[in-house]
Design a protein around this ligand. Structure first.
Ligand code: G6P
Length: 612
């Protein structure tokens, strides 16, 4: 978690750093700080609380430095406090460091440094880093221009865990060093200035040209040059990558919150994700993939592995893979998968879904699958993210930057991409011809139907007003609708802090119905014509027990039976989550607003979970 920003150029660094941090606040927001190189040495300004509090720190406006590093924190080691905030410095205040990730062997290193006379003032794992750099710097007898870089390299060799690090020093007022391992960091190339960030959108208004570092590669930045080195400090070449997203797509564009903007961006996100890959008359194409019929026929299993909302997209993917391709498919939560000794061999295809491409558990699960001999395929929204660099194959959702912590457009884009992947597999296998044809037609109509679905906003807002003070809400569905029930319950919990749970409707009688009492809200999704009557019967059972009901459906149900029915356009049930989830995303949004909560930055959560 945590966000980091860096600047080296000719302008005052502090406003640029704070501006960058504000855009990265979704990664963590319990403390923030900046370090700059001033005429008389390093200046560190930090405190607990939101990034905007930095503006109130005495002396912040007087900073003149044109090189600086910055951090917004999501606490792991040590509670949010000024002492635990980054940047950290070594005892002699010669080196300053910001860090995203976790140093797993910090206790051991802390002991080593303590034995060597160093003192620690925070409870963080990070504070060992500047001190270890100082230790190696002092030990080095060569006084050449790579002395700091060598100290950083030696430090990184001792670190276990994950880290994206920015380092500045009072000994070198014209350079900054960065390095990463299993934590995100991008370098933006400007004209006479360079930028660092945890993600691309935060610095997209300054540059469209980026460099990406692989694990344990170092970059030495000056104002008009960037030098790259491998783990042993041999110089390496890097190609600059140009990003197509524009800065405006990472701004709110008149919406009150990013989440609302992102919900409304779904027709475009789906259109962009479909791109030129799908057409009614031709086979579905993925230029990035070369799976043969023999390979797919020989597969014993597909695993879809992810966390959170991306895992819910995987659940929809499982329905499609099994029905269209007849390949057994399992969905796994990445943090469970990596420790449960899954049965994987070269007849297994492991697909990893991650909006950010930086989720620690998903990356670890991918590495494990590779070691065990499976082919690995990443589905991500971020070009060049860690997961796409690890996987054998990568395909992308084109949802544009997603800033709100609660995922919306990334989820629907993942479901559509999984549908297209299932079509690509089925066509390669020459399976399910008729179903595939129908599904293709329906996918192409989704952007239009999404626009239609979004028209329910006012009615949903009204329903949200009725239930925003409730303590518990239940979501029900069958088949693919049950996957939407799960995602909708998660969304409601995440941003409204209302306890929400989901159940397969048929399972209700086996326990959950004991929770139903007068006035409780039960929300159900019914889009599969084969299952709608069964679900209606289950809802009758809760109505009898006094429940208030909201139904999301594309079927002809008797509206009189329920409190509110939201009618959405009909589509193939495989892709119905893309439409049926939308009213429920809006419901969570409006309930959170009614409660006066911070929709985009819910408490305790972070957008990108780069720690275990
Ligand atoms: C966090 C976010 C969720 C997201 C999950 C997986 O928990 O708050 O919105 O679904 O991580 O993230 P990923 O980037 O791997 O899709």
């Amino acid at each position: 978690m945590c966000g980091i920003v860096g600047y080296i150029g000719t302008k005052k660094a502090s406003p640029i750093l704070i501006n960058g941090l504000l855009r990265l606040e979704y990664r963590g927001y319990d403390s923030a700080g900046i370090a700059t190189i001033e005429k008389d040495g390093l200046s560190i300004m930090k405190d607990k609380g939101r990034v905007k509090n930095l503006y109130n720190l005495p002396g912040i406006d007087d900073l003149e430095g044109t090189i600086g590093i910055a951090h917004t924190r999501w606490a792991t080691h040590g509670k949010p406090s000024k002492e635990n905030s980054h940047p950290h410095v070594d005892n002699s205040e010669s080196f300053s460091v910001v860090h995203n990730g976790i140093i797993e062997n910090y206790n051991e290193l802390r002991k080593f440094l303590t034995d060597n006379g160093y003192t620690f003032y925070s409870q963080t794992d990070t504070e060992i880093v500047p001190n270890l750099i100082h230790y190696y710097y002092n030990k080095d007898e060569n006084d050449d221009e790579q002395k700091i870089l060598r100290a950083v390299k030696n430090t990184c060799k001792d670190l276990k865990g994950s880290f994206a690090l920015e380092i500045i020093s009072k000994y070198d007022k014209d350079h900054m060093i960065v390095v990463r391992k299993d934590s995100p960091l991008v370098i933006g190339k400007g004209d006479g200035e360079n930028y660092i960030s945890s993600d691309i959108p935060a610095i997209l208004s300054f540059t469209r040209e980026f460099y990406l570092l692989n694990d344990l590669e170092f970059a030495l930045l000056s104002r008009d040059d960037i030098k790259f080195y491998d783990t042993d400090l041999n110089p390496i070449d890097k190609k600059v990558q140009t990003i197509e997203w524009n800065a405006a797509s990472a701004e709110k564009e008149g919406y009150e919150d990013y989440m609302l903007k992102e919900i409304h961006e779904q027709p475009t996100a789906i259109r962009e994700t479909i791109g030129a890959k799908l057409d009614e008359g031709t086979k579905c194409t993925f230029d990035e993939l070369d799976f043969t019929k023999d390979y797919l026929k020989g597969l014993h299993k597909i695993y879809l592995v992810a966390c959170g909302t991306a895992m819910h997209a995987g659940l929809a993917g499982k329905c499609m893979m099994e029905r269209l391709c007849r390949i057994p498919t399992e969905v796994d939560i990445a943090s469970e998968f990596r420790y449960r000794d899954p049965i994987i061999d070269d007849k297994t295809l492991c697909i990893f879904i991650s909006q950010s491409g930086e989720t620690a558990d998903t990356i670890a699960a991918l590495k494990l699958s590779k070691q065990k001999g499976a082919k690995t395929l990443a589905i991500s929204n971020v070009i060049g993210s860690s997961i796409t660099r690890e996987a054998d194959y990568s395909i992308y959702t084109h949802a544009g930057p997603e800033i709100a912590v609660a995922s919306t457009k990334a989820y629907t884009s993942q479901v559509v991409l999984l549908a297209m992947l299932a079509i690509y597999f089925a066509e390669t296998l020459e399976e399910s011809e008729v179903e595939v044809l129908n599904l293709k037609k329906e996918i192409l109509e989704l952007p239009k139907k999404l626009e239609e679905t979004l028209k329910c906003e006012e009615r949903i807002k009204a329903f949200g007003h009725r239930i925003y003070q409730e303590k518990d809400v239940f979501f029900l569905g069958r088949g693919i609708d049950e996957t939407v029930a799960r995602e909708s319950a998660l969304k409601l919990k995440e941003i409204s802090y209302i306890h929400a749970d989901s159940y397969p409707a048929g399972e209700l009688k086996h326990g959950p119905i004991a929770l139903i009492e007068n006035g409780i809200t039960v929300i159900s999704i019914m889009t599969d014509p084969k299952l709608v009557e069964k679900t209606v019967s289950n809802i009758q059972e809760v109505i009898t027990r006094g429940a208030k009901t909201l139904v999301i459906t594309n079927q002809d149900v008797d509206a009189k039976l329920f409190d509110t029915v939201i009618r959405i356009p009909e589509t193939d049930s495989f892709v119905s989550p893309i439409l049926s989830v939308v009213p429920l995303q809006l419901l969570s949004y409006y309930i959170s607003k009614e409660k006066g909560l911070d929709v985009d930055k819910p408490r305790n959560l972070a957008k990108s979970v780069t720690v275990e």
